[in-house]
Write a protein that binds this ligand. Structure first.
Ligand code: SF4
Length: 393
């Protein structure tokens, strides 16, 4: 473990020498939050070979990097998969050649007026409870709300959101997201989760999405886990895009969540240059399942402004899936997803392994199957209907 050997001032940015010696477990998450780098010039000297981007990138999206994430970045390599996820590049200013939208998933159209509830599916809601994150990802789907955030979603808006959940008894599933819900302190989380549980007993599944667990694992403490357990949060989904993000510190803090009896899932975004590689994905999902976090979704990059250079073509995503199915443990294979433009919802990107075809004589159909190695077999029986005739009186 790294030992802090240089005296630090809270709120001061760490130099390269200090960063090398910095132990993220030596101070509170709030103090680490105050040490975030928020301009690429602040990282100059901490990282070499920094791209000197135009200030206009900040008009579109802010920058924020925790000291812990800066430690994970290769000090010299601009192609480091962690650097690429968090540092701005001139690509963000180039013309993408396709339409980008601020709200490409149509969440605003499905937002209940006066609340931060996105109600798209009949029995479940997305509760965008926070509008800030510990570290800002260049490909973020919700740039419209997390960039330039000045604080949390208004208290009244949160209250109205809980009113809505309480009043609509068909809602069974609530996902707290943002932004990142863990940017709240434990006391505020306790209030929000407690209000949902006490006022909406019809909610059967309460889950939380957080990348802060990965960007600042020290946010996960026994006290936080006690709050989550107290309010019966059943699942915490984390977001990891590259095996470099799975560190001994992350594993230890994930274990705390698991000890509270909470299921954990992994979400990944398929990013060109970061993880559009079969070996990288195999390693990521194996390491994830090893720590008891079930790979859940791999999303295609959404067409948000300034993120087009990350988009992996649909055809390549199919190849990546084929490189996983059969080659690694079944439970480690996530579902690949594209989020349909304008609010169509989550649509699976899955190669076809089983196809039904018409028999040459037109008398019926046969089913042709292909396995992960490309071996095929015909299963004509699967094309038939073996229903027993109904008994006549
Ligand atoms: S952690 Fe999630 S919400 Fe926050 S900036 Fe990254 S992708 Fe966006």
């Amino acid at each position: 473990m790294l030992q802090r050997i240089i005296p630090l001032d809270t709120g001061k940015l760490l130099t390269r020498v200090q960063l090398d010696a910095y132990d993220p477990e030596s101070e509170s998450w709030q103090k680490q939050f105050a040490r975030r780098y928020v301009h690429h010039a602040e990282l100059d000297g901490v990282l070499n070979n920094m791209e000197n981007v135009n200030e206009t990138v900040y008009d579109k999206f802010a920058i924020a990097v925790t000291p812990y994430m800066a430690q994970l970045m290769d000090p010299d390599d601009p192609q480091c998969p962690i650097r690429m996820q968090y540092l701005p590049t001139f690509h963000e200013e180039t013309k993408p050649g396709f339409a980008t939208m601020l709200d490409q998933l149509g969440e605003e159209g499905d937002t209940v007026p006066g609340t931060s509830i996105v109600h798209r599916y009949p029995r479940r809601v997305l509760f965008l409870v926070s509008n800030t994150c510990a570290t800002l990802c260049r490909f973020c789907t919700r740039k419209r709300m997390v960039s330039k955030a000045t604080g949390s979603v208004h208290k009244e808006q949160i209250e109205r959101s809980i009113d809505y959940i309480a009043a609509n008894t068909q809602i069974q599933d609530v996902l707290l997201s943002g932004g990142d819900p863990l940017t709240f302190d434990d006391q505020r989380l306790d209030e929000i989760l407690g209000a949902i549980r006490s006022r909406a007993p019809h909610v059967r599944f309460l889950r939380l999405g957080s990348r802060m667990v990965v960007q600042m694992p020290t946010r996960v403490t026994p006290e936080l886990c006690a709050v989550l357990e107290k309010h019966r949060v059943q699942m915490v989904n984390i977001h990891i895009n590259h095996p470099k993000e799975i560190t001994p510190l992350l594993r230890r803090r994930v274990k705390l969540i698991q000890k509270a009896g909470i299921m954990m899932g992994l979400q990944t975004v398929c990013l060109k240059g970061v993880n559009d590689d079969v070996e990288v994905m195999r390693e990521l999902f194996l390491q994830s399942i090893e720590m008891g976090v079930r790979p859940y979704y791999v999303y295609s990059t959404d067409m948000v402004e300034g993120a087009h250079h990350f988009v992996v073509p649909h055809k390549r995503m199919l190849e990546l899936y084929e490189g996983l199915r059969g080659w690694i443990s079944g439970p480690a294979v996530p579902t690949f997803i594209v989020d349909g433009l304008g609010g169509l919802g989550k649509l699976p990107i899955i190669p076809s392994y089983v196809n039904e075809e018409l028999l040459p004589d037109g008398s019926g159909t046969t089913v042709k199957c292909r396995n992960y190695k490309g071996m095929t077999v015909e299963m004509p029986g699967l094309g038939q209907d073996f229903s027993l005739p109904t008994q006549s009186n």
